[in-house]
Design a protein around this ligand. Sequence first.
Ligand SMILES: O=C[C@H](O)COP(=O)(O)O
Length: 264
Amino acid sequence: MPTSRTAIIAGNWKMNYGPQKASEFTMEIMPSLGQLMRSYPRILCLLCPPAISLSSVREVVDAMPAPRIELGAQNMYYEEKGAFTGEIAPAMVKELCTSVILGHSERRTYFGETDELVNKKARAAFAHRLRPIICIGENLEQFESGSTQEVIRTQIQGSLAGFTPEQAARAVIAYEPIWAIGTGKAATAEQAGLVVHFIREQYSEMYGTEAGDAVRILYGGSVTSENIAEFIAHPDIDGALVGGASLKPDFVEIVRKTIDVIKG
Ligand SMILES: O=C[C@H](O)COP(=O)(O)O
């Protein structure tokens, strides 16, 4: 990644760690994570536990303050409040988080989320000054049939429809090829980099060249401390959305190696 952008390492805990376990795990990683974050400024770290555990993680992070360690929600609804059983509203997320993951492939696959819905949620995020992390990516069949670019183009145009240039600049994109998620078979940095570069081109077409250069784009899919360095070394990739490895102290190693690569 170039020096003009800030790295982001986000840990998506998915449906793991209730309030008690989330608190214990955060206490376990915060001393070393905090030390790392104090050592280098050009990186943002996001912890994204399940919604029910956000408060307990918030308490630990507040008690062990360190710069640029923020919380993110894994999802939210777009309505302000009301009779939407089981959902959480943007203002509720905003009380504890700076960011929200939207349109994760697991939301799209298991809960039928569409680009249109992701777009509504992203607009609600902007309205509440939350940073949306918008996930896109192709499945194995689409990858093997060579339709990755077409899928990505459709997802970008649908999920980002009607964004102003300012909103587009605040959004973070996470490219997650579905075939690499939770499989232990990460894309190569070269494979991921080609798609991420394509996303930058789409951004440039929609919002101008500067926007294409400035937008922060993460890679996600079987990222560990063993392979993070090659992704961060790629000029188009700005960080990672980490699933399984974010549930272990390996997450701190991922942050450490990211800093090592950026520092050079
Ligand atoms: O949100 C994270 C991604 O789905 C990647 O998950 P993973 O690192 O377990 O493959």
